[in-house]
Design a protein around this ligand. Structure first.
Ligand code: SF4
Ligand code: SF4
Ligand code: FES
Length: 885
């Protein structure tokens, strides 16, 4: 007997279900069309809408049956059901009629018309007649901030929004108000939705109540947009996204389901930050700047020829970037040679990245995906707040903390889909979430314990936990070691300090030695930090030292603003010694502003590229924007310049695949990138279509200039096709979320793929990980130790250029313990100058009563500002009132 599958009879058809599923999920997974509204695979079932009614028969002799809600009915072996039963169909028809009583029939002007779940379900039910002939109830809309527009009259009362916002994402500034037939979903007063996950309301709501506000200003129907699978470029989680375009213009980002990473959700930095590619700071033309500062525009041929000049010398170095793809970094490294290639990150970031590689690759410590974090039965966060660095990971951690463990649910016989019961049940026996950080985090509200410790005390704590794990009898039963020991799949999250990362890895190793399937999640600063680290290149300081010696008069910088990586003094001193500075970038930065040659290159959405996330997962994104004058990708320009300079053979890297081969041949750690996706035209592979089935209007759009149907642009390097027809893979290559009759994102729910896109560069090894030596404890920092504060809105270089995200960036702060502030005569709101090393920045004081004594948090990543060298010793001086901040 197969215990992993059950068989159900649905209208005389036998379907297979998995134990623990509800009937609705089982029917949808079997491709059956059963309408529903309030159920969501991530939010579970609450039985609010009554749309998913089916008839359940009590054995073969029962010919009457009972109408039940499929989402609230667990599957059982031998179950007999009917979806088509006439009484049940009539029930669902009446529910649709009730739901539509007050719904405005504004589909032609509604932004979700054509991709609306309510439209799909109405068509499924075949409901055509309304008997209600009276005035419809109407609501006032609220201003919900820069991301979301509110159209409350479209609400059908399914409660998904409030369940997502409050229960799932932990927000408290959105709720449900009113009673009976006058229910209102919104804020107590109009104002910006504070949760960094608010944008998901656009996809969670089955109608058009929450509209993607930036998209509405350049709106196109879903069926008129070309869609391409891609990877979010705004942090090291690497969430999967779909980028949609029309007429060569970026339109919007929507979620691309990935079971291991982002599931059904994105953070607002990922959803709205991609607008940076439309910002005024976007560099679209190349230029040469002479000694007097006179700028001469260059076309791409002239820019490539100019870039070939320094490559003709033997004294050129290349500086790579953690926001550039593997391909771009590899091309630069191959051109200038490994000895002349530098990583373009600070010493601190280089140390953290190298430590992450040591832990994941050399010590073989198993990494945790966000999905693992959501399922963890104990979590320990050490050092940094994932909420700002890796928002989707934080959202996953919240799920483990807010729900009872799967064992507890099994004992209480609560199925996982019964969301409300699973969450209520967590109140009595919460999943342990212990947060040990120097300052408060945005997960504190769901933590079982919070410890505020300075970095040295965190190292001591990690050592104590490990010692107690090795000698369990010495552990206090309430101590962290005992809690971890009682778990079966704990997750440790660590970041910010290489010694602490090693200590956390050793805790995981010790737990594994005890037979506990512990995993480690390492927080890294940028989208391709780990990928860049695998090039084993020295940090920026080494490049500046090489320049100082006079051995590197020509410098090529790849997609990197060095002013964010180094103190201004050493950088400017080094720059004063170079003969030529060539910068390839897709945005305008202080580094491009001082370049002798600034070359416009494609953004992540204009080029195919591979990124390695913080787990070591290599993922590829594809060219998604197709305009006539798109800037070429960096690697392409570097290739052509290399050929012109005689450094490359004329046939080198003719295709993207050739470059991947060259990269893999030089860097064995990246060899697995060869297998990432099939390349274009490989074998007899049919190319998945990037145009929707009903893609329309090309002729009309261009009628003013030409009435002939223009040829859609093709991407010769991509396995995706510029067509409307072709196979639709159910993996990360899926450009559109669609299935017959299902045009909304809910089509995703019919075919969730368990496949994990991407390739793990450090595959899981079954052996016990290697224990890592710890460095000597650092010597105490004189005065106050300043630590970086990263912010979900404000610390990422690219998303800051998106207008909607920029409007959410708050004032940069210096966070202090009130006692530390008082001894210095400082109070909240005071403007101060903060000096670390030779860098001084101005900040407003914010007091954090829970903050560890002797440390301060300093906002970093401020646009247009050099990042101070953190962590570092801080000197605070009061700035003069009235001076600009
Ligand atoms: S606003 Fe949307 S998600 Fe919320 S209850 Fe109404 S229809 Fe459902
Ligand atoms: S968590 Fe990171 S990768 Fe995911 S959507 Fe947000 S910024 Fe992008
Ligand atoms: S989906 Fe089942 S009651 Fe709403």
């Amino acid at each position: 007997m197969d215990l992993n599958h059950l068989h159900l009879d649905v209208d005389r058809t036998i379907i297979t279900a998995q134990p623990g599923q509800n009937v609705l999920e089982a029917c949808l997974s079997a491709q059956l069309d059963l309408p529903y509204f309030c159920w969501h695979p991530a939010l579970g079932a609450v039985g609010a809408c009554r749309q998913c009614a089916v008839k359940l028969f009590n054995g073969p002799e029962d010919h009457t049956g009972t109408i039940v809600m499929a989402c609230m009915t667990p599957v059982t072996p031998g179950m007999r059901l009917s979806i088509t039963d006439p009484a049940t169909a009539q029930f669902r028809d009446r529910v649709i009629e009730f739901v539509l009583t007050n719904h405005p029939h504004d589909c032609p002007v509604c932004e979700v018309g054509g991709e609306c779940h309510l439209q799909d379900m109405t068509a499924l039910v075949k409901h055509t007649e309304r008997s209600y002939r009276f005035t419809k109830r109407t609501h006032l809309n609220q201003d919900l901030g820069p991301f979301i527009r509110h159209e409350m009259n479209r609400c059908i009362g399914c409660y998904r929004c409030v369940r997502f916002y409050r229960d799932y994402a932990g927000g408290d500034d959105f709720g449900v108000f009113g009673a009976n037939r006058n229910i209102y979903f919104g804020r107590a007063t109009p104002g910006t939705l504070e949760s960094e996950f608010a944008g998901n309301l656009v996809e969670v709501c089955p109608t058009g109540v929450f509209v993607d506000k930036p998209f509405a200003t350049r709106f196109r129907r879903k069926w008129d947009m070309r869609a391409t699978p891609s990877i979010c470029p705004h942090c090291a989680v690497g969430c999967n996204i779909t980028v949609q375009e029309r007429e060569g213009e970026f339109r919007r980002v929507v979620n691309l389901y990935n079971a291991a990473l982002n599931g059904y959700f994105l953070c607002d930095r990922g959803r709205f930050g991609v607008d940076f590619i439309r910002s005024p700071a976007r560099r679209r033309t190349s230029l040469q700047r002479d000694a007097q500062g006179t700028e001469t525009p260059l076309d791409i041929a002239a820019a490539t020829a100019a870039l070939a000049e320094p490559l003709r010398t033997n004294n050129v170095i290349g500086i790579g970037s953690p926001r550039a793809s593997l391909e771009a970094n590899a091309a630069l490294r191959l051109l200038v040679g490994p000895a002349h290639f530098y990583a373009g990150v600070s010493d601190h970031d280089a140390d953290i990245i190298a430590t992450a590689i040591t832990i994941l690759r050399d010590a073989a410590v198993p990494t945790a995906t966000p999905a693992d974090a959501a399922q963890a039965d104990a979590v320990l966060i050490l050092g940094e707040d994932p909420s700002d660095i890796a928002p989707i990971l934080a959202l996953s951690l919240r799920q483990s903390a807010q729900r009872a463990t799967s064992e507890a649910l099994a004992i209480r016989q609560i199925p996982a889909w019964n969301d409300s019961a699973a969450r209520r049940s967590a109140a009595g026996s919460p999943t342990p979430l212990i947060i040990a950080t120097p300052m408060s985090t945005r997960l504190d509200d769901c933590a079982t314990a919070c410890l505020r410790l300075a970095p040295t005390a965190l190292l001591t704590l990690a050592a104590t936990i490990k010692a107690q794990l090795e000698h369990p009898s010495t552990a206090d039963p309430t101590a962290i070691a005992a809690i971890l020991c009682c778990a079966s799949a704990p997750v440790i999250v660590v970041g910010g300090d290489s010694a602490l990362m090693r200590a956390a890895a050793n805790i995981v190793t010790t737990l594994r030695r005890h037979g506990i399937a512990a995993r480690l999640s390492i927080l890294l600063p940028e989208t391709n930090s780990l990928g860049l680290g695998l090039f084993c290149a020295p940090p920026l300081s080494a490049a500046l030292a090489a320049i100082q010696t006079g051995h590197a008069p020509h410098v090529i910088v790849l997609e990197n603003d060095l002013h964010r990586r180094s103190e201004t003094g050493p950088l400017e001193h080094a720059f004063s010694r170079i003969a030529s500075l060539s910068v390839l970038d897709c945005i305008e930065t202080p580094t491009t502003a001082t370049a002798d040659l600034a070359i416009a290159v494609g953004s992540f959405a204009d080029a195919d590229g591979t990124l390695v996330n913080q787990e070591g997962r290599a993922q590829r994104s594809f060219k998604a924007i197709f305009g006539a004058d798109d800037p070429a990708p960096s690697w392409h320009i570097l290739r052509n310049a290399g050929i012109a300079a005689g450094r490359l053979d004329a046939t080198a890297w003719a295709t993207h695949r050739d470059l991947i081969e060259a990269m893999a041949a030089n860097l064995p750690d990246l060899a697995a990138c060869r297998t990432l996706w099939p390349h274009a035209h490989e074998g007899d592979m049919q190319r998945p279509p990037t145009l929707p089935h009903r893609y329309s209007g090309r002729t009309a759009v261009n009628a003013a200039s030409h009435v002939r149907e223009p040829q859609p642009f093709a991407n010769p390097d991509s396995p995706l096709g510029p067509t409307m027809e072709g196979p639709m893979p159910r993996t990360g290559l899926m450009p559109h979320v669609w299935s017959p009759g299902w045009n909304s994102v809910q089509a995703n729910l019919k075919f969730p793929s368990a496949a994990e896109p991407g390739v793990m560069l450090f595959p899981a090894i079954t052996r016990i990980p290697t224990e890592l030596p710890l460095p000597h404890p650092p010597s105490p920092t004189p005065g106050i130790l300043a630590l970086p504060i990263r912010r979900v809105f404000g610390s990422d270089e690219l998303s800051n250029l998106a207008p909607a995200v920029a409007s959410r960036v708050g004032s940069p702060i210096l966070r202090l313990n009130p006692a530390d502030a008082a001894t210095r005569g400082l109070s909240a709101g005071t403007m101060v100058d903060c000096t670390i090393g030779t860098t001084t920045v101005r900040r407003t004081i914010a007091l954090d009563p829970t903050m560890a004594a002797g440390v301060a948090g300093l906002t970093i990543g401020v646009q247009g500002e050099a990042n101070p060298p953190l962590p570092g010793s801080l000197t605070i001086t009061a700035s003069h009132p009235g001076e600009p901040s």
